[in-house]
Design a protein around this ligand. Structure first.
Ligand SMILES: [Cu+2]
Length: 235
């Protein structure tokens, strides 16, 4: 139904649909009951209103049923949250530094992308996306997040993931991509005038492609502006 690229993302969608189904069911139920009562107990047929006090069975029912529904929603929501907080069996770690305005990525081999400013609103290369982060498919990738000045939020819409990048504090988020492809990264925390330009890409590569990329981008290579060439081509 939705375009998602990991099991986690699919489960988030399922949890959302589960909540929507209940909400729609309750909305329709309440509306129908309201109309029936309004017609049945109108002023004409009931000129003298009667006050009803206490009905133990009814009260227990309207406490227990909604409680079960809400707890089940909580369970559906929390069931997969552990995936994001996982700390063992990490295959790949990428340091992400959020800055005004862009994302800088540093890999385990020492390779680090340049801090490139997103183009201004009226510039000719408006659609230029400064940087791409490369990750392998079907592997556990941990992003360690940090910010250089203000709050940002690392947002991967296709992965249904959003995590704050806080200055002087490290946060993290975990993904296990299941599809090869290029997806968007955005900032989801208003962080200044070029907040809306804080786009990047996440490229999920096959294991072989990733290894080739990883080897060719060692620390020594980092001095060469290879990354810029790659992203320039994508325009
Ligand atoms: Cu930001």
């Amino acid at each position: 139904m939705f375009q998602s690229v990991s099991t986690y993302a699919n489960n988030v969608d399922k949890a959302m649909l589960y909540i929507i189904y209940f909400s729609v069911f309750i909305l329709i139920g309440v509306t129908i009951a309201m109309i029936i009562f309004a017609v049945k107990y109108n002023r004409k047929s009931n000129p003298k209103p009667e006050q009803i006090h206490g009905n133990t069975l009814l009260e227990i029912t309207w406490v227990i049923i909604p409680t079960i529904i809400v707890i089940s929603m909580f369970y559906v929501g929390i069931a997969d949250y552990g995936v994001l907080r996982r700390t063992s069996k990490i295959d790949n770690t990428v340091h992400v530094l959020a800055y005004q305005w862009g994302w800088q990525f540093k890999y385990e081999n020492g390779y680090q992308t340049e801090k490139i400013q997103a183009p201004d609103k009226y510039s000719s290369n408006y659609n230029f996306i400064p940087d791409t982060v490369f990750v392998p498919v079907n592997k556990v990738t941990k992003f360690l997040l940090n910010s250089s000045e203000v709050l940002h939020s690392f947002y991967l819409p296709n992965f249904r993931i959003k995590e704050d990048a806080v200055p002087k504090q490290e946060s993290f988020v975990i993904i296990i991509p299941e599809k090869v492809g290029v997806w968007n990264i955005a900032c989801a925390e208003y962080c200044g005038v070029k907040h809306s330009r804080m786009y990047s890409h996440i490229a999920v590569l096959s294991q072989a492609d990733y290894e080739t990329w990883f080897k060719s981008h060692s620390k020594k290579e980092a001095d060469k502006p290879k990354e810029e060439i790659v992203t320039e081509k994508k325009k």
